[in-house]
Design a protein around this ligand. Sequence first.
Ligand SMILES: [Zn+2]
Length: 407
Amino acid sequence: MADRFFPNEMPDFVEEKEPLTVASEDSLMKLLSMPYSSLSERLKRAGLDLKETVVVETWGLSGRRVRDFTLYSGTLGTAFLLFKACQVSPNRDDLALCSEIVKACDSASSHSRDVTFLCGRAGVCALGAVAANQLGDHELQSYYLAQFKEIKLPIELPDELLYGRAGFLWACLFLNKHIGEGTIPSNYMGAVVSEIFKSGRGLGARSKCPLMFEWYGEKYWGAAHGLTGIMHVLMHVKLSPSEAEEVKQTLKYMIKFRFPSGNYPSSEQDRKRDCLVHWCHGAPGVALTLVKAAEVFGDREFLEAAVAAAEVVWNRGLLKRVGICHGVSGNTYVFLSLYRLTGNKEFLYRAKAFASFLLDRAHKLISEGEMHEGDNRYSLFEGIGGMAYLFLDMTSPTNARFPSYEL
Ligand SMILES: [Zn+2]
């Protein structure tokens, strides 16, 4: 399966040096040894330039029309990138443009039945409310919060992150983080949490894992559609001691039955093919969730498993795709997350290495057809919108968060 990723030939660690003392002719090696503050400036400039390109391609050239409103692959992803750019380089015009784009997504999604942050109406209303809050437009904030509260969760809703209950809960958490605790009351979220446990226990009773879920008949393990993503969101909400124990034991079950390589299966049914090292399926998504588990539960086992998963990402995670969901940009967040947890500079170096690889080579590799720019080439989760987002996040590594996943 070597054709999925580039062999990682970068050194395990490179000391930072002043540029004049670096003899190497190799432009990537120069970036790896560059002091972080200088590299950070380069990444910031590249990220802001890419953001402009994404805005032109997904908004300007489309005549400001919205075809796909979602944050995952559509226009709301551009608004989320603008929101990130404002945090790195405060700019009221970008914030106003973010709000204008959300408004168009609001119209385009008014009849959507999808309810999550990444792929549904909750993402539109939550980002709209938060952008309005930062603009000081209280009337607009009230409008989006009222719209958010209008979202009805169908009885037959799945539990996973992209289309299910966990993805709706994440939107509630985003609102509470940015507007204030209680914006979405805990009893409202608690009812959704109870539904998740109810369905998880039902399938869990028929397996050796305390909680288990299905999406289109498949018992996925990954962050996008399965256990990893659902456990991740549950660790952000108030749980009873017994619920917390179920989450903990579910993660321990996954660690116990991971591949000998340290990677994780895509699903309960597919325990043999050790090939995907993506956020959506495999070690990267699990590593981010294990970092959260180490923070919440403090067990050393979770930190050790997260480090083992990060090793898989270092060796097999230089994917031939650029994006967040199943590309190099998303995989870089594993190292940023471990750096935030441990303060270990080796993880920061590894994040720097993956980001430098993209900065140095992504455009060339894409133009030569060696790297795929994504099915939606400017989108946040599949395309270069994700690379722009990562570059901007690299400028403040302890504040970096995997978009729409880490809070
Ligand atoms: Zn993916």
